[in-house]
Design a protein around this ligand. Structure first.
Ligand code: FPP
Length: 177
């Protein structure tokens, strides 16, 4: 069994279109599907599930669609917090906070706090996350602290990536779907 599984949320729009529904209907259904997948993963004994829900590139989508996607975490935790707690799931987030709506961040922070004592699977939301952006921000931080970047090791870099919110041996996905 892989320990850390990444799930790229894709095809919501196409799926909705095939049903003759608007794209946001697909996102809403994607949110409900995510809950099912997370519960299944937790019960099967995965250690971490990272869901790539919104990338830094996704800001280029129509404003209304972005707004809707940013409202989904509020909906998700409002609806599913009792389930997440019952399934012993811990919520975390990676991604850049800057630029994200305050209410969205507040709902994710609250969910992380309320599940901090849980010991089961970590459900890690990648929101406003970009892999290259993560590396750039880490290097900028290291440069500012006066480190000699020509001596930078993978271990040192890894400590400064946003994925450092995950346990050290579980930061990189074993499988990405
Ligand atoms: C990609 O599908 C999906 C997204 C950009 C957004 C997915 C995010 C959610 C459903 C929210 C997740 C929930 C929480 C709690 C954070 P697409 O629109 O690119 O589909 P397409 O490729 O068919 O166009």
């Amino acid at each position: 069994l892989p320990e850390h599984v990444g799930v790229i949320m894709d095809g919501n729009g196409r799926w909705a279109k095939a049903q003759g529904k608007p794209r946001i209907f697909g996102h809403k259904s994607g949110m409900d599907a995510l809950k099912k997948v997370a519960v299944h993963g937790a019960r099967r004994g995965l250690k971490v599930m990272t869901v790539y829900a919104f990338s830094t590139e996704n800001w280029a989508r129509p404003v209304d669609e972005v707004k809707f996607i940013m409202s989904l975490p509020i909906d998700f935790y409002g609806k599913y917090m009792p389930t997440l707690k019952a399934e012993n799931i811990q919520i975390r987030m990676i991604g850049e906070r800057e630029g994200m709506p305050k209410a969205t961040l507040a709902s994710i922070d609250r969910a992380a706090e309320e599940t901090a004592e849980n010991t089961g699977m970590i459900l890690n939301f990648a929101m406003n996350y970009g892999g290259r952006r993560d590396i750039i921000l880490a290097i900028q931080e290291l440069a500012k602290s006066g480190q000699d970047l020509s001596l930078l090791t993978e271990e040192e870099l890894s400590k400064h990536l946003q994925t450092a919110v995950l346990p050290e041996n579980l930061r990189d996905p074993d499988l990405i779907i």
